[in-house]
Design a protein around this ligand. Sequence first.
Ligand code: GDP
Ligand code: GDP
Length: 453
Amino acid sequence: MNSASCPLVALIGRPNVGKSTLFNRITRSRDAIVDPTPGVTRDRHYAQASWEEQSFMLVDTGGIEDGDGFSDHIRHQAMQAIEEADIIILLLDGRQGVMPGDHELVDLLRRTDKTVFFAVNKIDSPEIEDSLLTPFWELGVDQLWALSADHSYGFGTLMNALVEKLGTTEAPPELPESTIRLAFLGRPNVGKSSMINAIMGQERMIVSEVAGTTRDSVDTLLTRDEHSYLLIDTAGIRRKGKTQDKLEKFSILKALKSLTRCDIAAVLIDAEEGITEQDTKVIGYTQEHGRALLILINKWDLIEGDKKRQEQLLAAVEEAVKFIPFAPVFKVSAKTGSGIKRLFPEMGKMHRQFYQRFPTAALNRLLEEAKAKHEPPMYQGRRLKLFYTAQISTAPPSFAVIANYPKGIHFSYQRYLTNRFREGLGLDRVPLRLLFRERSGRTKGGKEGGENE
Ligand code: GDP
Ligand code: GDP
């Protein structure tokens, strides 16, 4: 599966049922990838994970989505998950037994045609499975999964069943070659629907709708000359734009879902309101997911005449993206249309870099030059050796560097090499990943028990 589109698996359940324990167990073996953007805060509730070579995005919705008050919280999680996730895991607490509210939740989840795993957690050993699991049959589901997120009982069985289902998630519709897939992210009222309308209204733009991946989602395909752009899940945004209904609620799960499907994440910032913590968080998500990032400072018309305000704003934006200096920043106005034409050539460049492939010989020359300029430091008295490199994927461009002690490569040397690759390859607009691997193919910081030495 292309790394640019991976299924989303949502964990839901009441507080204390063991969601974060399960989340950690599933994601513990990750971090194979050396993050090229240090400083981007990792959110413990959302991570790229894989099992049996199948990768997916795992989200602990309890950690990220706010409901309107406690009792509503879990219902809200469930609705979001039904809407956005490809697969849902509902965790129930085997030690507490069936709780008030579980019936309603299960009924809600049984109505979706998405795959839902009903897992009864805290069943720490086979001897107690019968007594703890049995009460949950009254919920009326066809299958229950006995699980101990903490002790791993039932874990492998559940994960195997999960990846089997992942394999059957729907294939995305065919798109014209080199279609640039764009997601628009940003807080309510920042101007997303206005921006989409402004883009669609550009000269010579041909607009057509295509079904999105979730039932109600609609993507918009734009073609202009020989270029195509897919605007991801615009249904809700555009509908809102038409009806003037301003009650859109910001949903992180929705943002994450669109990130699993886009090449370029366009994050809109409101020039009048400035950059907020939520904006910074969303920017962080785009990088955790390795997307190309385009920052659009919208409503620039409102501060057109105010030089001081402009300077302050630009400084704040620069601060927010200081770990992502490659992300282009544009001042735009969806209202007047200013700045929008310039986005197209920029997106074209970003897209080309995002999918660019490099010959192995050139990469190895670059590695040799970088080593000659600045030799890797010693690691526990031993000389670190970097043998060779090769590109392992695009979207974003990712490279493996084969080393004798991948674990010993210091962060500052990783950063040095990443920067050398960035410069040497001319990748000045997109994220880039370097993975350090042993000759055997193991990965730095990789699977449990898979470490070197
Ligand atoms: P969350 O609020 O749903 O994310 O729940 P946590 O993962 O924080 O777990 C809540 C409590 O349940 C913690 O004290 C965990 O140690 C405990 N717990 C989680 N999974 C298991 C399990 O499989 N068995 C047992 N006995 N305890 C568990
Ligand atoms: P969304 O919630 O992010 O989709 O935001 P909307 O597109 O609905 O815009 C919210 C409000 O901001 C509307 O009243 C728009 O007319 C206004 N707006 C959007 N873009 C601009 C802009 O560039 N300049 C100004 N002055 N207003 C804008």
